[in-house]
Design a protein around this ligand. Sequence first.
Ligand SMILES: Cc1ncc(COP(=O)(O)O)c(C=O)c1O
Length: 450
Amino acid sequence: MKSSALSKLGQRTEAPPISWLMQLTLDRPNLISLAAGFTDNESLPVEETRELLNEILASPRSGRAALQYGTTAGDPHLRHLTADRLWKLDSAAETNHSASADDVAHSRRDGRKARRPRFVAAREIYSPERVVITSGSQQFLYMLTECLCDPGDIVLVEDPTYFVYLGIAQSHGFSCRGIRMESDGIDLLHLEQTLEGLRRRGELKRVKLLYLVSYSQNPTGITTSFGRKSGALATLKRFERAAGHPIYLLEDAAYRELRFAGDDVASGLAAEGGDERVIYTGIYSKPFATGARVGFGILPKPLLTVVSRVKANHDFGTSNLLQQLLSRAIASCRYESHLPELRRRYAAKAAVMTRAMHDHFPAEVRWQEPRGGLYVWARCPKPVKSGLNSGLFQNALKRGVLYVPGELCYAKDPNRRTPNHEMRLSFGSASAADIRTGIARLGATLHELL
Ligand SMILES: Cc1ncc(COP(=O)(O)O)c(C=O)c1O
């Protein structure tokens, strides 16, 4: 038979790299995977989770409440705790916010007067009514983007960005445009130029959102300053009239709680216009238990209504048992008290990885010391290719090491060749010994090639 029964989406969707990266790891148990974004196995809170589940199941009343279906938007207590926690995080981070030197330099280049970003967080922005609990933040990213974008629409992303998000776009037929990164977030001038170019070509109405992974970014480790978030919001606002609709800032704070150096930064919700235009998503999986896929989104009311309708069609509510688990973990402070140990572990593993890179990598390979998250972004000299078909990737695989090729993290851009000389190296799940061995093997492969 010639024609396929598959929908356009079914036909279009390519195999996401995350699936085969995970498969490779499973197929080759001796492989040292510096690719997966898995968390540190030893840190998973088995004892705490057993206690929490015992508490939940201790009485028939609480047990049955947890074993029953819940509501689409999520457990009211968890929504309340989530909103409250975010309000406290942003309020505490207020004292750290300031226009970075880069923002000021940028503004001058741009001919615009530098303006200190204003912190305008109001308590009502952090209302439980604006919160939806999802099955991992991945579900939130998927549904939200689906609610805003049609095939042919354009999403602005960081260059490079979280490669799984590019898969959502590919599957739905949205195109992504990369906005260059500087040391503390996206290049605001490039954002402006990109929007201006789209306006001139009459394509602005296709732009619905800018997606930022704003804390210890996956893959580069960069944290976006509050000034850059405020600046991005102001820039998007300037183009809304020409677009004919709001342009949202989708802030993915997946790694906010995994910061082990430096100060926290307030979210875009606290910036001018953040109440109406910022959609914030966070996760409970990586800071607590990756297996308990509970995430959340905070969003303007009209969008919440639409996302809730779509979620009702997806699953009409995230696992109630897992939500009760998280509610109790947060309310009893077990969640909070787990974080320092987690941060200590990741700081130590990041140090093991960068120490090994100093010892084994050729001097031409560059990277930034991570200050949080799970990744080091290593840049080889441009002639050294790191992609799936490259000598580096294939030889590393032969030596039993896996990394994420940088090329997977870039939006396809017809105007340039996709950069193909970088590697995302994760220190999340491998043991310290495996990190050392894996980096030494990668170093040997790099030396051969250089
Ligand atoms: C940037 C980013 N966002 C979202 C997610 C999804 O996390 P989860 O669905 O476990 O909440 C991840 C997971 O690796 C991530 O790296």
